[in-house]
Design a protein around this ligand. Structure first.
Ligand SMILES: Cc1cc2nc3c(=O)[nH]c(=O)nc-3n(C[C@H](O)[C@H](O)[C@H](O)COP(=O)(O)OP(=O)(O)OC[C@H]3O[C@@H](n4cnc5c(N)ncnc54)[C@H](O)[C@@H]3O)c2cc1C
Length: 125
């Protein structure tokens, strides 16, 4: 993504998903930069300059997050997200973006899932 439109700086942003996301968290900044530059050079040619700075997150190993949001891989179906929302014996309830088949991977999906589970609990009273 070209971040210039949002932060008025010459900055590019990219994402790594699924198992590849976990792999990148084991790589050094230099290894990641090299890999990204390989991709960019295949598009824009070998004369493009290296970045002056590189910033990264490690959501998977960060103890304040332990992950980011769900990733649908080959074979995942929307039914899987329903399964993750199933409560257990009307005693244990599950919210979170990964339980919302319609808006998975979003803040509003997580928010709505909390409302959904609260409604289930209220209905028991
Ligand atoms: C880079 C990035 C950009 C995004 N951009 C957008 C966007 O533009 N729009 C949008 O709608 N959504 C976006 N999202 C997705 C959105 O942030 C998530 O879908 C949403 O925050 C999920 O909320 P949640 O409550 O389900 O989970 P989380 O917010 O991940 O909450 C889960 C909590 O559980 C805690 N936790 C994890 N493991 C344990 C454990 N073992 N014990 C105790 N606590 C634990 C974590 O610390 C975390 O606080 C983005 C996410 C990322 C990472």
């Amino acid at each position: 993504m070209n971040m210039n439109k949002f932060v008025s700086q010459n900055a590019l942003m990219t994402f790594a998903f699924g198992s590849y996301g976990a792999i990148t968290e084991t790589m050094t900044d230099a290894q990641i930069t090299t890999e990204i530059m390989l991709q960019l050079k295949s598009i824009y040619g070998n004369s493009i300059p290296n970045p002056t700075t590189m910033l990264r997150t490690k959501w998977g190993v960060n103890p304040h997050t332990f992950g980011s949001y769900s990733f649908a891989t080959t074979g995942t179906t929307t039914a899987d997200f329903d399964t993750l929302s199933n409560s257990i014996n009307s005693k244990l309830f599950f919210g979170g973006e990964h339980t919302n088949r319609q808006y998975r991977g979003t803040v509003h999906g997580a928010y709505l899932s909390g409302q959904r589970e609260a409604d289930k609990i209220i209905a028991l009273i």
